[in-house]
Design a protein around this ligand. Structure first.
Ligand SMILES: *Cc1c(COP(=O)(O)O)cnc(C)c1O
Length: 382
């Protein structure tokens, strides 16, 4: 089927299925095989698998490129970082996902690369830091600070030099502002929070999109999987990433790929519901006496709040919820809440009282009632 003319919602449902022949199954099988009969296009289970291919067809179509699936989101990120030559330069926002941040810091400590940290919302700063870099690794919205990067403006800035990207308050520096850059870094965007339904970075000129499919794509807290989707303009990167995956072996299991594909079928309806609820909750949280600050980008189903009071008050909220699950991870049908600074790897610039809320698909009023009572009880105990 030619998916190009169909809407993303329809493609999420209709692609990645076996040919419509009488008696054929409607879903791809979970292809549990480590090897294949000789002389075909694939010879071994570390190279490819029909169940991955079904998932990759759908993810590729939703993001507008060629998808490769990995054993986890971190497997996908490590593969993209693996594109950087030894001694190369990587630019990444201060508040990228803490696993990404720790991986880059570990690689830097090992002498494999140099890391330049930037602020996610600072277009001119990102463009300037990218001068001479090998990889620009963005994430928007950032996890868990919910900062946004103007991806289109960054791509324009990389193409034209810093001048056009500079905000009116930032004077363009002649050194970078007047000369066109001959080579720009590989640009990758972690699109986990936005999902391809809200944001398609490849259409903005980005080279590769990364997903922790563990989150929204799978959507049911039952599987860990990752993906990279590469721009049609970069077949060289598809080739390199495929070789890297085959040699490093961060491949998904067929059952995991199947579960993610099953989750993707309902991505649009889950996200529609969760996003509408998130909007409602963000509005109400902004007026709540126990909430000092709401970080909500205006779309999607993730909200971060800063609890009025101290760490104990923030922890008390998580302990007092009955419906919201106190657990790490996000993007599932069930709503989740977590104080991110519980994790030693989290950036120390993330406020101690910040709670990350992943809004699920439960009844909005039930979610509000539970959150409201948890926030009130934390205040009473403070
Ligand atoms: C969870 C997450 C990852 C890591 O993905 P795993 O599937 O847990 O390995 C990467 N990026 C973001 C934004 C995430 O939220």
């Amino acid at each position: 089927m030619n998916g190009d003319t169909l809407s993303p919602a329809t493609r999420a449902v209709a692609l990645g299925r076996p040919p419509r022949e009488p008696g054929a199954p409607v879903n791809p099988p979970v292809a549990l095989t480590s090897t294949y009969i000789a002389d075909g296009t694939v010879n071994y289970g570390r190279v490819s698998n029909p169940t991955w291919e079904a998932l990759e067809e759908v993810l590729g179509s939703l993001e507008g490129g060629t998808a490769l699936s990995y054993s986890s989101g971190m497997g996908a990120i490590a593969a993209v970082v693996g594109l950087v030559p030894v001694g190369g330069v990587v630019v990444a926002p201060r508040h990228v996902y803490n696993g990404t941040s720790a991986l880059l810091a570990e690689r830097e400590a090992a002498g494999a690369l140099t890391l330049r940290r930037v602020e996610a919302a600072d277009t001119a700063g990102i463009v300037d830091a990218s001068d001479g870099a090998d990889l620009l690794l963005l994430e928007s919205p950032t996890n868990p600070m919910m900062e946004l990067t103007d991806i289109a403006a960054v791509m324009r800035g990389l193409r034209d030099g810093a001048t056009t990207a500079a905000t009116p308050t930032t004077p363009a520096t002649p050194a970078t502002g007047t000369s066109r850059r001959s080579a720009r870094p590989i640009v990758a965007v972690d699109n986990t929070f936005a999902t391809p339904l809200a944001q398609q970075p490849l259409g903005l000129g980005v080279d590769a999109v990364i997903h922790s499919a563990t989150k929204y794509l799978a959507g049911h807290s039952d599987v860990v999987l990752g993906a990279v989707v590469v721009s049609p303009h970069r077949p060289d990167l598809v080739e390199r990433l495929h070789t890297y995956r085959t040699l490093h072996g961060a491949i998904p299991g067929p059952m995991e790929a199947w579960l993610v594909l099953r989750g993707v079928r309902t991505l649009h309806v889950r996200l529609e519901r969760a996003s509408a609820t998130a909007r409602l909750l963000a509005d109400r949280l902004a007026g709540h006496p126990a909430v000092a600050r709401v970080r909500y980008p205006g779309f999607g189903a993730m909200i971060s709040i800063e609890v009025a009071g101290d760490v104990a008050a923030a922890e008390a909220v998580c302990a007092a919820t009955r419906l919201w699950t106190h657990s790490t991870s996000l993007g599932a049908v069930e709503s989740q809440i977590e104080r991110r600074r519980r994790h030693p790897l989290e950036a120390t610039t993330v406020p101690e009282t910040l709670l990350r809320l992943s809004v699920g698909v439960e009844d909005p009023e039930d979610l509000w009632t539970d959150l409201d009572q948890a926030l009130r009880s934390s205040r009473e105990n403070a």
